[in-house]
Design a protein. Structure first.
Ligand code: VGL
Ligand code: ZN
Length: 214
């Protein structure tokens, strides 16, 4: 919808959290999470600029249900910066679950951006942590390099992809979600909310086969 089917020097592909823990068999598996990999591998070859994100939590992270006595995964609680969904322990720094999926192939990636490494703040967006204030540095990186349009693919569509795309637009970048290269966790209507929210914020959608070279 609306996005030009052509990649340019100013375009970057953001591959979000294609890590073992978000794929089948992982601690926070997204249904069909590994099914995005063939399309993402093609996209990675079609784009001149590729950035990977990696969810990267210390043990005892605030987003882990196990860090809060009496809490269970997928409940929400109040933390210092507002509501926070609690998750099973996942993407612990240095663990196999935090590794990129072994079939992911993006040899030309120029940056690996790790997020969620502060014990007291979760980070869905690749731009801001969940306090909505602490920047990751990605905006400055993109601006300094003249990258003004971001194509997003990966996991999970209704969390990290969603909030990254929304922040991108809020910061003045164009954002295009590559729909078939994403999968959602889809709990509590989160996928429908994501579609509505992205639509209301001028985030575009595209199919990967509309991108030259894919
Ligand atoms: C994510 C939940 C918790 C994601 C990360 O990558 O979408 N979701 N941590
Ligand atoms: Zn996480």
């Amino acid at each position: 919808m609306g996005a030009q089917a052509q990649t340019y020097e100013r375009d970057a592909l953001l591959i979000v959290d294609v890590q073992n823990d978000f794929c089948p068999g992982g601690a926070l598996a997204v249904a069909g999470g590994d099914a995005v990999i063939p399309a993402i591998n093609r996209l990675a070859r079609a784009f001149r600029h590729v950035i990977l994100t990696q969810d990267w939590h210390p043990q005892g992270h605030v987003s882990f249900a196990s860090s809060h006595a009496g809490s269970r995964p997928f409940e929400t609680i109040d933390v210092a910066y507002g509501r926070q969904t609690l998750w099973p322990d996942h993407c612990v720094q240095g663990s196999d679950g935090a590794d990129f999926h072994p079939r992911l192939s993006a040899p030309n990636a120029e940056l690996i951006l790790r997020k969620g490494f502060r014990r007291e703040i979760d980070s869905y967006s690749a731009f801001f942590e969940n306090d909505r204030e602490t920047p990751t540095g990605l905006a400055g990186y993109l601006r300094d390099r003249g990258l003004s349009r971001l194509f997003l693919a990966g996991l999970a569509l209704d969390f990290c992809v969603r909030f990254s795309a929304e922040d991108a637009v809020r910061l003045g970048f164009e954002a295009v979600v590559v729909e078939d290269a994403c999968r959602a966790i889809d709990r509590d209507n989160s996928l429908a909310e994501t579609r509505a929210s992205l639509g209301a914020r001028q985030v575009a959608w595209i199919a990967s086969d509309a991108i030259p070279g894919c």
